[in-house]
Every structure is written in structure tokens, then in C-alpha cells.
Design a protein around this ligand. Sequence first.
Ligand code: SF4
Length: 298
Amino acid sequence: MDSWANHSRRFEQNRFVYPVWSRRAEGLSIGINLNPDKACNFDCIYCQVDRTTSSEIPFVEWERLLGELDEMLELVASGEIWAHPRFATIDPQLRRVNDLAFSGDGEPTTYRNFDEIVSACAACKRRRGLDTVKMVLITNASMFHRAVVLRGLVLLDQNQGEIWAKLDAGTEEYFQRIDRTSIPFGKILANIEAAARVRPLVIQSLFMRVENLPPSTGELGAFCDRLNEITAAGGRIARVQVYTIARRPAESWVTPLSHAEVDAITDRVRDRTGLEVRPYYGYDDVGSLDAGGERVDR
Ligand code: SF4
């Protein structure tokens, strides 16, 4: 117990490494935050990062991050993590650690030493013998063209990596309305296509009501067209995650879709693309996960 109490204290004081129960990962996910300053090159209307307050942590402290990760992986490897009060109520049959996830308070691939941090985290995972634990990159795909990111993606491929690329729209107009960035939609599509030609990607797509209106039929049709264009060009898509708001968003006029609406979009995308599509629901779906909290699914 003494040992646990010590770990627990340090774990709660972590700055960069945080364990969460993730619906989309279907297990425990160890988050690694490469954007403690909360800076992002998108300004999504549904973002769940609280930017009403400034961060007290202006940059990644390399040694501290790796120290926190190593300690967390020790808890994972020993199974001690499941004794923590946040996870102790999770059904023993569901207890599994799915991944280390580069996901935090901004876009992880904007971190300037992205390849080096991926390499160091992979080495940490290997040292702990956690070969079945994946490494997930949760990304808006805006930086895939940079050499440092390309090298990081290859390192992920070599270390049980999975890339979850955000695609929330089918048209430039809707993309700008939802994701609010100076980066053109065409650049994001080109990046996704290029990365998907090298390895299969997971597409993560958040749909919602904007001023009480769900995405139009035309927009969803265009979204399916973009997916079909990626696969027609030789890109591989492992699956599409259709999800909606599950935490308080940046803008008050953004609200979740109903379960039925999420299901209808899921069916439509599956029918139009032939891809594997999985639904994840909104507010009233997450109550059972309170024990572990859930990743801020940006
Ligand atoms: S949802 Fe992700 S990409 Fe969008 S603003 Fe938030 S952190 Fe950036």
C-alpha cells in the first residue's frame, strides 16, 4: 500500500502523462501531452480543451515527461494501475491497456522534436516489455508533410503504431466552419491520402449539431466522396470512427447528435464507402465510464 500511495501521489501530480479510460480505444489509454501550452493550429468549435485559462506549463520538459511515462508503464506492467481509485471499479474482464496516445491540449505533430519523442517513448515501452500496447497518434493531419513528422510516423509504424486522423467535413466551407484554421482543406486531404498510401489510417470524424442543425445530407455525401477519393487513390482506411460531443465544447451553440443520428450517419458512411465504420455516442453514453474518466477526445 505504501508503494501504491507513493505512485498514486506522483501520478496525480503528473504534468505530461495521464491515464484515461477511452471508449474509442476500448481500454486504458496512457495519454502523452506534447502541447502543455494548449496551442493548436486548429480552433475547432467542439474542442474540449479549456482555453479560457492559460497554462502554467509553457513547454515539454523532456526528462520529466519520460520519467512520468516510465513510472506509469511500471504501474501498467505490474497491473498496479488497476488499484487506483479511478480504475478500481472497472470490470476485471475489461481491464486492458490499449495504447500510449500522443494526444493532449493541442496538435501533437506541431511539437518540434516529434520524431525524437516518439522514439524515446517507444524505447520506454520496449524496456517495459509492453509489446502488445499500441502507440496511437491522435492528429488533425495538418503536419504530415514535414520531415520530422514523416520520420515520426515511420517510427510509429515500427512500434505497433496507429494513426487516428481527423476528418470532420466533406467540403472546404464546412471544414472551415467546424475546424477554423488557416490551413486549406485540400492540404489536409492530401496529407491523409499520402499517409494512408503508406499504412492504413483510422479516420476520426466528429459530427454535431451547430446552432441546432446536424450536418446536411449534402455535406455527408461530400464526406463519403472524400473517403472514396482517398481509397481510389490507393489510400488504406482501417476504419472510420463516427462520434459526437461527449464533453463540454468550446462553443455553447455546439451540441451532440442523438444516438439515432449517430447511427444514421454510421450506416450511411458504411453504405457509401464499404468501409468499417464504428459509432460512438454523446453525453448520456458516458456515465458508465466515470470511474476512469475519459480522454478529452479533442
Ligand atoms: S479539437 Fe484538436 S485539433 Fe481541434 S482545436 Fe482542439 S486540440 Fe486542436
